[in-house]
Design a protein around this ligand. Sequence first.
Ligand SMILES: *[C@@H]1O[C@H](CO)[C@@H](O)[C@H](O)[C@H]1NC(C)=O
Ligand SMILES: *[C@@H]1O[C@H](CO)[C@@H](O)[C@H](O)[C@H]1NC(C)=O
Ligand SMILES: *[C@@H]1O[C@H](CO)[C@@H](O)[C@H](O)[C@H]1NC(C)=O
Length: 468
Amino acid sequence: MAIAGIDRGSHVLVFPYPAQGHMLSLLDLTHQLAVRGVFITILVTPNNLPALSSLLSAHPTTIATLVLPLPPHPSIPPGIENTKDLPASGFKSLMVALGDLHNPLLDWFRNHPTPPVAIVSDMFLGWTHHLACQLGIPRYTFSPSGALALSVILSLWRYPPKRADPRNENEMIRFPKVPNSPEYPWWQLSPVYRSYVEGDPTSEFIKDGLLANFASWGIVINSFTELERVYIDYLKEELGHDRVFAVGPLLPPANKTIERGGPSSKSILSWLDTCEAQSVVYVCFGTQAVLTNNQMAVVAMGLEKSLVKFVWSVKEPTVGHVAGEYGKIPAGFEDRVAGRGVVVTGWAPQVAILSHDAVGAFLTHCGWNSIMEAVAAEVLMLTWPMSADQFSNATLLHELKMGIKASEGPQTVPDSGQLSELFSKSVSDKTRGESERAKEFGWAAKEAISENGSSWKEFDRLVVNFSH
Ligand SMILES: *[C@@H]1O[C@H](CO)[C@@H](O)[C@H](O)[C@H]1NC(C)=O
Ligand SMILES: *[C@@H]1O[C@H](CO)[C@@H](O)[C@H](O)[C@H]1NC(C)=O
Ligand SMILES: *[C@@H]1O[C@H](CO)[C@@H](O)[C@H](O)[C@H]1NC(C)=O
């Protein structure tokens, strides 16, 4: 296994959690580690192996794979190994099933001639902290969310808030220790936390894993100092050490951005080439959220009335959606907006779209990866957080004045008139203030990841840890 030029001491195990939003950014991180000469083994289950293909072909001699079968779980059908093929609640079962890899992984380590000297694993794999302790090596938690998100999660599990009235979903929960004292109604808090049942084995396993994340040797965050300094400092203070590494924004290598889209990629990008700078609104609600038909109708009407140019990436309903109630593009819509807008079903090359000069605003569900991509692309965000863990992402954008609220909540149907006004405002002079802020943070993001920038240095600081 020895590889010329690679220090034996810098072999690291990377273990992603198989959900799109978690995996892509950890693979982008892995690419960066490989570029810095770290020798890596990536652990995946068999059906997730294809997701590694471009990474493996880019680093044939520095990245190896460890493929272990997914241990069986009563709620996971055989052959299913990724959250995208499970109903929304399936991510917990997958966390539990992956937990059963503890012993096979321990055996692998013990039989390896030059085993990894550190583990970098997703925050949904908190149990790897215990494994690392058994092996006497450091484990680094990978957080696909930002530092504010992580601060709120840490606070929730370390200092569980007392509820005055457990039946009141709207009760405000305050986080006085977190900088800027954020507060959220109960229903907007992490669903993992809200669904915790004391004594229930799944709940206890997940709780233990989340707390283990904070007990781990270090934490690597997909964010950057200039964006979230106060929250990064807060985490260091809470953890009692400074091994919190803000290495973001983690992005695909420049020439890979188009690959992350489907076959329609080239035609969308050439259509954007024909549009004026910052004249297009991009609409996408991420890989999980699917709009109800009422919400679809309102977004369509808003786009139609606003007369703006747009690209709308529409997610088709998947497992767990009642047939016929979700994701329907209103009849005749595409004809009425022909020439002015593009509707993409299936995969859109999001990074390439956002980075295109023509795109000036982005209606987003506020998933952290989307935010990082939009920040790096200097695009103003119109926020519509959907699932219960995206609300603080939206708060951060409002706080930093580079995001404008469009709506919130998975059931809300906003007013199409207001939406239409917001769309036209977002690509006009009326939002110049926010657009300027978005540009400033975009420059800061590019600076952060370029040579000697803050995230660049954080990477160096991280890699130095591996060679000890
Ligand atoms: C931001 O969104 C991501 C999901 O995309 C979530 O994991 C994270 O917890 C959110 N952050 C906050 C602060 O809610
Ligand atoms: C992509 O870019 C990297 C460095 O930026 C380069 O090493 C690689 O050869 C490029 N790949 C292709 C397919 O152009
Ligand atoms: C980065 O820092 C190193 C060491 O201080 C210096 O030699 C190098 O020129 C710097 N690179 C850039 C692009 O500023």
